[in-house]
Design a protein around this ligand. Sequence first.
Ligand code: HEM
Length: 400
Amino acid sequence: MKTAEIDLFDLELFADGPPHDVFRRLREEAPVCFLPEPNGPGYWAVTGYDLVFEVSRHPQLFGSNPNTMIKDVDGDGGGAGEIMLNQDAPRHTQLRKLVNRGFTPRQITILEPRIREIVGRLLDAAAAKGTFDLVADVSVELPLQVIAELVGVPEAERHTVFAWTEKMMSLDDPDLGGTVDDARAAMAEMFAYADGLCGQRAGGDGTDLLSVLLAAEVDGDRLSQMDVDLFFMLLMNAGSETTRNLITGGVNTLFQHLDERARLAADPGLLPSAIEEMLRWVTPVMHFRRTARADTELGGQAIAEGDKVAMWYVSANRDETAFPDADRFDVGRTPNEHVAFGAGGPHFCLGASLARLEARVMFEELVTRFPDLEPAGPPRRLRSNFIHGIKELPVRIPSQ
Ligand code: HEM
């Protein structure tokens, strides 16, 4: 395949996981390459590590508004253009300051005992089954329960909210969402639900994130109901649809690399570096897009104002110039400056410490409780070029 013939919207390419051979060719032959998109003008695919940093660290030149998805949604996208993820300074800076307060390292660290309790409950229930779906029974539940608790969603309603996030995040997968209309309907339902929750919280002294946002002021103004709804949507989506794929993808990777799994079992002190390597290897969020604010040059290519530019994190994370022996999964890899949470800049993942903590506790417990966990069937992959996800991973505890 010539680079000119590559189409990263051909989702068949992602059927067995990210097409690393295609990304390698792009990095070697055309690390900034103009590629097609369905029903759109096309976009620049940036696949080299240093080039991804160059885009991410220059937000004045490569902006996030109107959209960080490659494909623009018709019309106003139901308000999606207004989420913090898709905003530039100064609006982004104001919004980010507000939520940062809920995600300081201190606030995240104090969650550890509660996270361990949730993990313990999930693994006890899984152990009782013996054979189970790691995704539904474990990976989905931890991030969902944690973010729902932080935001303040009552326990009984969490799975309803999760079903909406699935519809919004899995547009290309016919099993889950399907059409843009389904995604829009899910978004509308989520907003109506968030309005109701806010009605119960407004004026109260709750410590959940929703109550905090309702009471917060930006330059003397309160956030509008729409702003709060949008935060709700962003946090529920970003908080539950990503970390679960790190957990499932991490377990699946250990199944495929038994030597590295044995190394980790023999030396649990390697867990922090193993989690970073899982982040690099899996790259749950495969790309985000920016839009050029002026005519410029990137990697020798002339980029025109208004052009779409996609940072393919999943490719940068296998770039040999940044990671020696990049196609080797190495639980002891240091340094490991992967770009799974973004490549610096103002939008760097808000939930990075939370995701790392959830993954660390989960793998500490998994490795000690189920040292012999084994696959009980093949993984079923999400059909997407955006989220690197596994929908189902049957596993079994052999002694059961
Ligand atoms: C393994 C899990 C996760 C991965 C791989 C991931 C990945 C990312 C990436 C690549 C970005 C964009 C960075 C950029 O454009 O520079 C991002 C942004 C974001 N993430 Fe995460 N994320 C994860 C978990 C979480 C969690 C648990 C939360 C919960 C709050 C979260 C909330 C957000 C938010 C709100 C943004 C937008 C930040 C902004 O626009 O300022 N993420 N994430």
